[in-house]
Design a binder for this molecule. Structure first.
Ligand code: SF4
Length: 400
């Protein structure tokens, strides 16, 4: 039986790949071609896999779940379909666990909000993306600015904790338009905001258009300006920043996402879902379910008790190659772009990495761009989080 050797607080991510329409920038595992029979089949397979993970991996190790995140796809398309999942997961959740569901504005009605609440969902994350009709059109979203107003008013009266997702630096968007988007978002008093710089993933329609130079993206400097506008404005509105793309009102930091940034394990189930498990190896394993809906539906349910960890991967899940280098890169990268920073003790413990700062890093420490706390947490100033990749390379050189 595989051995897991970490603190027994993990997260749980469930992927729901169904969408009403596909957005041209999206490279998540998703499909707009589905019917109710496929959905029923998907939930049935998901439940069988969840049962196996809970009974054979989570329970025997005394693990408790700090969060349950329903991501997609568009989980907001469904309500009653989650009942069995909640019944199964409930015994493993810590009191006051964060339970999030991603929804699109069109999914938000008094009925759906009431159902989600009844299930135990205590946080909704809404895909707004832009309050401008031009932005919604470019991003091929299926809602209008008017629908946004209506659904956000509803969600704000039903859920004290909710997040809005917005995208910036789309072609044609000015800094002024971005500021207006932020003003409109804040006017609804969300507890959390996720603001993403538009990316052009190669397999997406806009990625291909970008490659053929049919769409031009703003240069790095302009993108950094969008980031600065958000930082300055949200600080003036009382938001705190927890990560390069995430802001929260005091008391409402995103607990599920924080697991990703702090090297905490999480079980992930569903088409294309990524999970992270600790093993006897200090780097743990990252695994991914196959992205295709058909492949997921035809997968055998895992039998963890009868397999070693490596045979589970070859039978079922796709494992990514991991070693000291990849773990350092991942952990340091995530820590440098978030308020959690990087724990030098953890690096010492996991990778035997002795901290010997380079001249550049010494200068950054002296100037205050980097800070090293008494508890040996190294953190980067938020204005630099946007350039985390450049910093990461230099910080890694400090661990011999
Ligand atoms: S962005 Fe959301 S709604 Fe749009 S295709 Fe992707 S998962 Fe579906």
């Amino acid at each position: 039986m595989p051995q897991f050797n970490t603190p027994p607080i993990w997260g749980l991510y469930l992927h729901i790949p169904f969408c009403s329409e596909l957005c041209h920038y999206c490279d998540f595992a998703k499909t707009a071609r589905w019917d109710h029979k496929t959905v029923a089949q998907y939930f049935s397979v998901l439940e069988q896999h969840l049962d196996a993970w809970l009974e054979q991996v989570v329970a025997p190790r005394g693990v408790r779940l700090a969060s349950l995140y329903l991501g997609g796809g568009t989980p907001g398309l469904f309500t009653r379909e989650y009942e069995a999942i909640f019944a199964m997961a409930a015994p493993y959740l810590v009191p006051q666990a964060e339970i999030t569901l991603e929804a699109n504005p069109k999914n938000i009605t008094v009925d759906s909000l009431t159902h989600w609440k009844k299930l135990g969902i205590n946080r909704v994350s809404v895909g707004v993306q832009s309050f401008h009709a031009e932005g919604l059109q470019f991003l091929t979203r299926d809602h209008t600015p008017a629908q946004l107003q209506e659904s956000l008013s509803l969600v704000s009266t039903h859920f004290p904790s909710y997040n809005l997702d917005l995208i910036y630096s789309w072609p044609g968007q000015s800094l002024e338009m971005w500021k207006q988007d932020l003003i409109q978002a804040v006017a609804f008093s969300p507890s959390h905001l996720s603001l993403y710089n538009l990316t052009y993933a190669p397999q997406t329609p806009i990625g291909r258009a970008h490659e053929r130079k049919k769409i031009l993206s703003p240069d790095d400097e302009s993108q950094a300006e969008f980031y600065e506008v958000a930082r300055t404005f949200l600080a003036s509105q009382g938001f705190l920043q927890e990560e390069v793309a995430n802001w929260y009102r005091p008391g409402f930091a995103a607990r599920h996402n924080a697991l990703y940034w702090q090297d905490v394990p999480y079980v992930a189930i569903g088409a294309g879902a990524w999970g992270y498990l600790p093993t006897d190896e200090p780097w743990g394993i990252r695994y991914q379910y196959p992205k295709g809906l058909r492949s997921f539906l035809s997968m055998p349910v895992p039998q963890f008790l009868h397999h070693t960890l490596s045979s589970i991967q070859s039978d079922l899940l796709i494992e990514t190659e991991r070693d000291r280098e990849s773990w350092l890169l991942e952990y340091i990268g995530a820590g440098l772009r978030s308020m959690y920073g990087i724990d030098l003790h953890l690096i010492q413990e996991k990778s035997n990495g002795k901290w010997v700062p380079t001249t550049w890093i010494q200068q950054a420490l002296a100037s205050g761009v980097l800070q090293l706390s008494e508890k040996k947490i190294l953190s980067l100033s938020p204005q630099e989080w946007f350039r985390e990749t450049a910093w990461c390379g230099e910080v890694i050189r400090c661990f011999l």
